[in-house]
Design a protein around this ligand. Sequence first.
Ligand code: PSU
Ligand code: MN
Length: 292
Amino acid sequence: MADNKPIVALESTIISHGMPYPSNYNMALEVEEVIRAGGAVPATIAILHGQIHVGTSREALHLLAERGQRVRKTASRDLPLLLSSQQDGATTVSSTMKIASMAGIRVFVTGGIGGVHRGAETTGDVSADLTELASSPVAVVCAGAKSILDIPRTLEFLETFSVPVMSYQSDSFPAFFTRSSGCPSQIRVDTPEHVAQIISNMSRLGMKGGAVLGVPIPEESAAEGEQVEKAIHKALMEAQEQRVEGNRVTPFLLKRINELTQGESLRANVALVKNNAKIGASVAVALMNMGA
Ligand code: PSU
Ligand code: MN
């Protein structure tokens, strides 16, 4: 930051809870490398021993990856507790956004965001990622939201809370493993410069919240949509049968989907995160070049 370099934030729940070891460790290192190759500086955010880290050492990344689900999943509301403990915490999209905005970082790359869960009309399960998007001024570059979520309701929520939703070189909002959710996106953007302009306009307007940039999974990595979709439905049923609830739902589903698709979803997941990192770095560079 002192050298005026573009910085890209990264989350750590995707490492500890989103993928199995050691793929998660390799993914974390590769994604940082993609960001450096794109001319930006990666800053993986995590809580280590009760302290916030913006930029994480290789050793710490390895610890987060190897300890996996034993590292506490830390959303924004968990931060006050973690800071008064000696614990390690893996930050979700919500807490990573909050910390990034405190540090003055405006671009954040991840795989998928949380959203309104299917069946939320009875369970009320809505990810804090969405409320954080409404209140922290950070652009989240992602491959959309998984179809384990209710995507139309997720997009309605973002509209209600005035969060701009962009899709990169596409008219529709992406659905993680598949390039289109079937829902139109609010804004189509075709260049990193256009994204940077939107972000810069948000701050000129004094908008308090963030933005979402959905980047469709690369064509060549789009896993057999149907196979992954089937696995998603099966995993959702199992979660219901086993009464998996609350913040255990997302990690449970991600793990089961990976098992059911025999690693195909994992490979696709890694490929899309790396692609998001490439686009995210180019957006951070464009923002810097605009002097915004
Ligand atoms: N979606 C993914 N991979 C992930 C997550 C979501 O495809 O790793 C993680 C992110 O850290 C996100 C969190 O912020 O799950 C959302 O969890 P919840 O639904 O409990 O809010
Ligand atoms: Mn939840």
